[in-house]
Design a protein around this ligand. Structure first.
Ligand code: SAH
Length: 361
């Protein structure tokens, strides 16, 4: 039994079945034993691969996107460039390398990383250190100083805990994790329905049949982001996998060694994510103040911000093997097949209402 499993068992024995959100939060970010706190999960030998790890083109294009947005902001002398959940720091280092074509932007940039993982923080330090840059690290967005900002996040919101409810004859019941007679973890529902829950749901979800599951995310990071973008002319670019419209359906998944795993088995040893509900996300952000653009498919966004031209440039003088790598990366980033990220991943941008529409959206 892992130390995290023992800890969760103790909590359930003491306080009763644990809501899915609390379980997911402990699995991923328990201060000692959480999945992200204890390892670098990325890459071929890790559990999953992300777009910036597929190709340098991804981060480079986002770097150029940030330069344009900074110009649209009126090229302020100081801008906080904030990345949420930066993984190995690959996206930011590719972005900043590409952004060197605008030295004034680099000069204006103050880098901030919002990260809870010590091993990943060390890799981020190395990655940007190699460019001669430094950053400040924060455990949550509310610790980042105020001021004009450009916020970027790839596969951050999908790692934030979701909660689940199950539709039953007498209303929506919160889904929890308890311990079964065979002493394994199992899903349970709270005996009483949640009062007034249905009224908060989008109309399509209210029509759910018995047994259907609805997922929602706790909103702390969303609210922080919305407030920052609404406060002073600022912008954000959020890239994640998920659905454009709110819907029922269970999307919570665990991935280990690039394969699906049982989310309840060996807590803290597998990555856990759930689709981002972009309708809910953009609604709650717009209610706070920023203007939302998108979501659009990643393939469309990358095409509009110039991935084809970037690939052509990289292909000039590339070896045969390298040519193959570039084509494979293009297919992975923009394809819509089983392994393609182009359609499953969506891009949502936010701007302060005074700013122009950001590039690509
Ligand atoms: N953006 C990176 C990594 C994605 S994995 C990439 O695309 O490669 C998710 C990242 O978010 C990791 O860096 C993880 O440590 C971080 N993370 C997860 N939950 C977090 C939380 N609650 N607060 C801050 N960072 C978190």
């Amino acid at each position: 039994m892992t130390p995290l499993e023992a800890d969760i068992r103790r909590r359930i024995t003491a306080a009763g079945p644990m809501p899915v959100g609390e379980f997911m939060s402990l699995c991923l970010t328990h201060p000692e034993h959480g999945y992200y706190v204890t390892r670098d999960p990325l890459g071929r030998r890790g559990d999953f691969t992300t777009a910036p790890e597929v190709s340098q083109m991804f981060g480079e294009l986002i770097g150029l996107w940030m330069v344009t947005v900074w110009q649209q902001m009126g090229a302020p002398e100081t801008v906080h460039v904030i990345e949420l959940g930066p993984g190995r720091g690959t996206m930011m280092s590719d972005a900043m390398r590409a952004a060197k074509i605008a030295p004034d932007f680099i000069k204006a940039t103050m880098l901030h990383f919002v990260e809870i993982s010590p091993p990943l923080q060390a890799l981020q330090e190395q990655a940007i250190g190699a460019l001669g840059m430094t950053a400040r690290w924060h455990r949550s967005q509310d610790q980042v100083p105020s001021g004009q900002a450009i916020v970027i996040a790839n596969e951050f919101f999908d790692a934030l805990p979701i909660n689940q409810a199950v539709k039953m004859g007498d209303g929506w019941h919160r889904r929890c994790i308890g311990i079964g007679p065979d002493s394994a973890f199992r899903y349970e529902v709270e005996p009483q329905p949640m009062p007034h829950f249905e009224a908060t749901l989008p109309p399509i979800v209210r029509q759910a049949r018995e047994g259907e599951i609805f997922e929602w995310r706790s909103d702390h990071e969303t609210i922080e982001l919305g407030r920052r973008i609404a406060r002073e002319p600022s912008a954000a670019l959020l890239i994640d996998y998920g659905h454009v419209e709110s819907a029922t359906g269970e999307t919570l998944q665990a991935v280990r060694g690039h394969l699906f795993a049982d989310p309840l088995a060996e807590p803290g040893e597998a990555d856990m994510t759930a689709h981002v509900d972009f309708e809910a996300l953009s609604r709650s952000l717009e209610a706070i103040g920023p203007r939302a653009y998108g979501p659009i498919e990643q393939a469309v966004f990358l095409d509009r911000i110039g991935i084809n031209a970037r690939a052509q440039t990289l292909k000039t003088n590339a070896s045969r093997a390298k040519l193959h790598d570039i084509d494979a990366a293009m297919a992975r980033l923009t394809g819509s097949g089983r392994t393609g990220m182009g359609a499953l991943f969506k891009v949502l941008a936010l701007t302060h209402p005074k700013l122009a529409a950001p590039p690509g959206l």
